[in-house]
Design a protein around this ligand. Sequence first.
Ligand code: DQA
Length: 145
Amino acid sequence: PSILVINGPNLNLLGTREPDVYGTATLDDVVRLASDAARRGGCAATAMQSNHEGEIIDAIHAARETSDAIVINAGAFTHTSIAIRDALAGVALPVVEVHISNVHRREDFRRHSYISGVADAVIVGAGIDGYRLAVDHLARGLTGS
Ligand code: DQA
């Protein structure tokens, strides 16, 4: 089974972006951590990052052919994008939503997620370890272990 890990806008800056909020690990570190977790769970992980809403929607559509589950950190699109929500609902794959920071301990505008209503699980505030937790959870569901 294959798990697609989607990272949205500004997550390419991980490591240097607001390190007090997001830590010092890079996006490459995140991808490596997710791939290792997938392999341990008997799955494979592929990853994409985009700063463009439409590209994320296209990746979600393409996942119908290539992937069995999705981990998504949609960045700020989390709080704005009905279109990404509809794409996730449309492809009907298992979805885990991840946020590195605890969005509930920050500005009020981060407390609402359009994604959560179509996600099977939501992991916030666990740092980049959230991606591992998400992959572990999905891999267990996909392999029946
Ligand atoms: C984030 C939280 C969002 O509010 C923010 O816009 C991000 C990152 C997180 O991982 O904590 O870009 O999704």
